[in-house]
Design a protein around this ligand. Structure first.
Ligand code: PEP
Length: 249
């Protein structure tokens, strides 16, 4: 068996509706047919419970954020226990849009990731450099710093996933080249093994940023690419299913 099972996760961001959950039917069929690939969809909070019903167990349903505390005076926020009660199995933490729009720091991302793991959710911790950082040649250093500050120390095998999402590639159509991805995923793996020893080889590293049907296979062929975090192309089954199929090989 391969060391790490591929994971293809969709991030619907602030998109979707009850009607849009019809897209999950063909995705669930593809997930069953793919076998050997984990498939997840993270819709907005309000769609988690109905999505779980529609997914019928073939797709793991997750959230796009969580709070670091279990309860309390945090208006507008959602705790891990609430996500679990709704049927969520995972949560994305530290997405670049939250780091930018909500000014989330590495320490906050780490606290959220720790809360997710404590509560029994898998967490996908996102890291990635800006265009300016890449142009300055500081991309590897920037991502390594983000990993150092954002990743929890204690985790069980399979629960912690890293997503490398260069900010300049998200929603832009500017997908990173296989060489860019190879360089960064190798650097991330080196950090993980340096920090966690051989256990670091068990952490899946996803690539995210304009993944589509026509570039997925090429990206999945890169060493240390263990799947994808997909935004725009996860909104319809027609766009997402070929990515799941590409992961199955
Ligand atoms: C994302 O938001 O995580 C993402 C990768 O978006 P897109 O696939 O649309 O670039």
């Amino acid at each position: 068996m391969h060391l790490r099972r591929k994971l293809v996760a969709g991030n619907w961001k602030m998109n979707g509706s009850l009607a849009a959950l019809a897209e999950l039917g063909p995705v669930a069929d593809a997930a069953r047919a793919a076998g050997g690939v984990d498939v997840a969809i993270c819709p907005p909070f309000t769609l988690i419970a109905p999505a779980v019903t529609r997914a019928g167990g073939a797709i793991a349903i997750g959230a796009q954020d969580c709070h670091a505390h279990e309860s309390g005076a945090h208006t507008g926020c959602v705790a891990v226990g609430m996500l679990k009660e709704a049927g969520a199995k995972l949560v994305i933490t530290g997405h670049s849009e939250r780091r930018a729009d909500q000014h989330e720091t590495d320490a906050e991302v780490r606290a959220k990731a720790e809360a997710a793991l404590r509560g029994g959710l898998l967490t996908i911790v996102c890291v990635g450099e800006t265009d300016a950082e890449r142009r300055a040649g500081s991309h590897v250093g920037r991502v390594t710093t983000m990993l150092a500050g954002s990743l929890p120390e204690d985790w069980e095998e399979g629960e912690l996933v890293v997503a490398y999402e260069p900010v300049w590639a998200i929603g832009t159509g500017n997908v990173a080249t296989p060489a860019d991805v190879a360089e960064m995923h190798k650097a991330i793996r080196t950090h993980l093994v340096g920090r966690f020893g051989d256990r670091g080889n068990r952490i899946r590293i996803l690539y995210g940023g304009s993944v589509k049907a026509d570039n997925a296979a090429e990206l999945f062929a890169v060493a240390d690419v263990d799947g994808a975090l997909v935004g725009g192309a996860s909104l319809t089954a027609a766009a997402f299913v070929p990515i799941v199929e590409a992961a199955a090989g």
